[in-house]
Structure formats: structure tokens, C-alpha cells
Ligand binder design. Structure first.
Ligand code: SF4
Length: 371
């Protein structure tokens, strides 16, 4: 495989990238920028697929979950966001604990393994609402895995409730939290962040919150939003900061690039939808650069099913979940259905010649799940 890889790569820079990957040497930010602007997507794919296969063989992970977007009321109103609104707006909602129980109970009858919770920054909601939410979800089905709240939300909860992020993590773990999603990272570069999400916590603070979680033994995802005003150098910087924290803590399990959709937002996208080359360069470069982060997720709901399937040959090993009730990306105009059946996701993976593995966010396949 190693010899095959070096034989098929003709481009000199990509050849040196392949050699570093084979030897387990971290590639440079200059390499990342080169990969992000290269038209040699088949060669990039060969390197990314080599790494993905070395890590996971022919396995591709997927989940059966529901999304719980508990409120769309948010103080920040980021220009990139189509989901949020002000209190009193006609589309504003905040779910009561009883409504949450009802939604989760219904999703349990559909066979979910996991609840993925994110929402807006609503000053009316205090810590006891969230703790009770987690407890009631666990009461419905004790082995439901809960992946809950972005670093943005934790930072806000800490400020509003006057306690540390660390204390919140301890209380939420006690109430049933399993792991953290990776949202709110966007792009760390301050000059870009100040335009796309000026009131959101800084990239530096996002990394601090994640570090606190990792040091408490909580594993997390990391995201990155692309296809807005970022340059390849901003992406390389973002990847580099994630890789550095990962070298320190080892707490990131998955990197999740998110193509930006702009319908209903105040910030125009670079393109209304990303091109195939854009996505392939981005995912393959991410897989190669983040050699120390085990999983790369290509969310079918953001990318479209066909692109997500193709990316399984460009570094992706996790295609996302069934996502019953997802609201955030669909508010911004994603054209994919608002949930995919398990058999459809398995079919996408199997049709790519790979082996579907049903799992939850910690990647520990549960005993009664099909593999
Ligand atoms: S992106 Fe998050 S923090 Fe920003 S407005 Fe939307 S819900 Fe609020």
C-alpha cells in the first residue's frame, strides 16, 4: 500500500506530504494551504484514504439519533445564523421540559441511541432547566447517550449563572451528559470571526472551554465552518490550533467540517453550494493535517448524501446520523431531508464497498447494535 501510494503520486509537494504521512510526521501549514488549493484531487484522495484505512480499515460509522434544539431564542444573533431569533419573534420557541420528554419518548419508539442537544443563548433558561433536561432524558431510557451543548453555550451558562465552566461540566456529567459536540468553533482567525460571528466567544476561549472538558475526561468534537469569507490560510490556522490542543490533551475524537449554507442569514456564502472539488480538497486536507484526531465526519445532511458518500474515499470515516428533528442547518436552506433512515445510511456506506458500523458519539459500539 505504501509503495503503491508513492508510485501513483506525481505532484512533488504531494509526494513529500505522502512521505510525511507514511512516516507519521505532521504536515506543515504551508502543506495545508497547498492541499486546499490543489487541483490534484485524486492524489490528495489517495493520501487521505491511506490514512483513513490505516486508522479504521473498511469501517464507516453512523448513528441513529435525534437532534434536540431546545430554543431558537438567542442573544447573539450571529450574522452566519439562520436558526436564531429574538424573544417575542413569531417563530421564537423554547421547549418546556414536558415537551422535551414527549419528543425524546417519541424518538425512543423510533429506536434512537443518542440525543444531540444544542440551542440558542436564551437568558431565561437557568442551569436547573438543563440539569433537569438531562435527568429526564436519562429517565426515559437510561442507556441513551447524550451529546450536549457547544462551547458557546457552556461559556454563556457560566457567565449567566456565575459559576465556572468546570463546575457546570461536573454537574452535567452527574445529570447524564456523555460528550460534547464541536459547534461554535466556526473559524478561529479573529479578523474573520469578527465579521461572521462578532459577539460569539473568541476562538481562544472556545479552545479553553474544550481544554477544560478534555482535562475532566470529557471527549469532544471540533468543527470548522467553511465557504464564507475565509481564506485557505485561515483554514490552515484553524486546523493547526486544533492539532496543537490535541497534542496536549488527546480529547478530540472527531473533526467535523461544516459547509456554510446562507439562506436566511445576513452573511453571503462564497458559493450558494460548495463544489465537489471544494469539499474534496477540504476534507482530504483535514484528514491529512489532523493525523492525531481519530475520526473525520462528513455530515450527509450538510453535504448532501451523494457528496458524503464520495468523501468516504477522501478521508471520511463517519457519515453522521439519522438526525430526527434537526432544525439548524435546515433553517439555512440545506436541501437534504430532515432525517435519513438507518437502512438508507447503511446502503450509502455498503454501496461504497465499505462496512457500516452503528455507534454513538463515543464510538463504543453497543452490544445489541448491528455491525
Ligand atoms: S450561531 Fe449559535 S450563538 Fe450565534 S446566533 Fe445562532 S444560535 Fe446564537
Amino acid at each position: 500500500m505504501t509503495e503503491y501510494l508513492l508510485n501513483i503520486i506525481q505532484d512533488r509537494t504531494l509526494c513529500s506530504v505522502a512521505e510525511k504521512v507514511i512516516q507519521g510526521i505532521a504536515v506543515s501549514e504551508a502543506d495545508a494551504v497547498y492541499m486546499l488549493t490543489s487541483d490534484h484531487i485524486l492524489e490528495l484522495g489517495a493520501i487521505a484514504h491511506y490514512l483513513r484505512t490505516r486508522l479504521h480499515g473498511d469501517r464507516v460509522f453512523y448513528g441513529v439519533n435525534m437532534n434536540l434544539n431546545y430554543t431558537n431564542v438567542c442573544e447573539l444573533r450571529c450574522p452566519l445564523c439562520a436558526f436564531s431569533c429574538d424573544e417575542g419573534d413569531e417563530k421564537a420557541y423554547t421547549l418546556s421540559l414536558e415537551e422535551i420528554e414527549e419528543k425524546v419518548s417519541h424518538a425512543v419508539t423510533l429506536g434512537i441511541d443518542e440525543v444531540h442537544i444544542v440551542g440558542g443563548l436564551n437568558p431565561r433558561l437557568r442551569l436547573d432547566y438543563f440539569e433537569e433536561m438531562l435527568r429526564r432524558i436519562k429517565k426515559i431510557k437510561s442507556d441513551l447517550f447524550i451529546v450536549g451543548f457547544t462551547a458557546t453555550e457552556y461559556d454563556y451558562f457560566a457567565k449567566v449563572n456565575g459559576i465556572s465552566v468546570e463546575d457546570i461540566f461536573r454537574r452535567f456529567i452527574d445529570a447524564g451528559l456523555g460528550s460534547l459536540p464541536g459547534g461554535g468553533a466556526e473559524i478561529f482567525s479573529p479578523s474573520v470571526r469578527n465579521i461572521i460571528a462578532p459577539k460569539k466567544l473568541s476562538g481562544k476561549r472556545w479552545l479553553e472551554v474544550m481544554k477544560t472538558a478534555h482535562l475532566l475526561g470529557i471527549r469532544t468534537n471540533a468543527t470548522m465552518l467553511y465557504n464564507h469569507i475565509e481564506k485557505p490560510e485561515d483554514i490552515a490556522d484553524h486546523l493547526s490550533q486544533i492539532r496543537s490542543l490535541q497534542n496536549e490533551t488527546g480529547g478530540f475524537k472527531t473533526f467535523v467540517p461544516l459547509p456554510y449554507h446562507d439562506a436566511g442569514t445576513w452573511l453571503r456564502a462564497k458559493r450558494s453550494t460548495t463544489t465537489g472539488f471544494d469539499d474534496i480538497r477540504l476534507y482530504a486536507a483535514s484528514r491529512i493535517f489532523l493525523h492525531n484526531v481519530p475520526h473525520l465526519k462528513g455530515l450527509w445532511m450538510y453535504l448532501g448524501e451523494k457528496m458524503a458518500q464520495v468523501l468516504l474515499c477522501f478521508g471520511v470515516d463517519d457519515i453522521g446520523s439519522t438526525c430526527h428533528y434537526e432544525k439548524v442547518v435546515h433553517s439555512a436552506g440545506a436541501k437534504t431531508p430532515d432525517y435519513g433512515t438507518e437502512s438508507y445510511l447503511r446502503g450509502l456506506i455498503g454501496n461504497a464497498g465499505l462496512k457500516p458500523v452503528r455507534t454513538v458519539s463515543d464510538y463504543q459500539t453497543a452490544k445489541n447494535r448491528r455491525t
